[in-house]
Design a protein around this ligand. Structure first.
Ligand code: HEC
Length: 141
């Protein structure tokens, strides 16, 4: 996508209304940090509540449905971000992802929802909480 278009989408906060044609060309675009994105400090306590909240999905799942007690995390989760996550690579063509991008990946894939607004306290909170979860994660293989 031309840089100008990306900037326009980001500026107008309509990054998630990317026309289907773009999404089909690059399914990873919907989880890619918009131009000029600056991660915000987040509230991990809010993130923990959201992690357990099925209202984030359209299919009755919460993040905790899969990830409680480190469930569904592969060894990659222990590595600093950005890194390769098999699901994002195979399904969205993203070679490496930042943590906030991977949260968006789980919003659009297993949670069957829209990505969270990039400048939201929800995304910042989930990111802050997942960083605390990552610190206690020991890969078993
Ligand atoms: C239906 C099960 C399911 C749900 C629900 C789910 N995920 Fe995931 N998640 C996965 C799977 C599967 C992977 C990919 C594991 C892989 O490919 O290495 C993953 C990967 C991740 C990763 C990357 C781990 C790494 O290796 O870096 C993060 C972070 C994550 N999920 C957070 C979330 C958050 C936050 C939510 C809720 C918004 C969520 N997930 C909802 C199944 C789920």
């Amino acid at each position: 996508m031309p840089k100008l278009l990306i900037a326009l989408f980001a500026a107008a906060h309509i990054a998630f209304a990317i026309p289907a044609a773009f999404a089909a060309d690059d399914p990873g675009a919907q989880i890619t940090r918009p131009a000029g994105y600056k991660p915000m400090a987040g509230d991990a306590a809010l993130g923990e509540r959201l992690f357990n909240d099925a209202r984030l999905s359209t299919n009755g799942m919460s993040c905790a449905s899969c990830h409680a007690n480190h469930g569904a995390f592969q060894a990659s989760f222990a590595k600093p971000y950005p890194h390769t996550v098999a699901m994002a690579k195979e399904q969205l063509g993203r070679k490496t992802v930042y943590l906030d991008e991977m949260i968006q990946g789980c919003m659009v894939m297993p949670m069957a929802a829209k990505p969270l607004p990039w400048d939201s306290k929800e995304l910042a909170g989930l990111t802050a909480y997942l960083l605390t979860v990552q610190k206690t994660f020991k890969p078993s293989h």
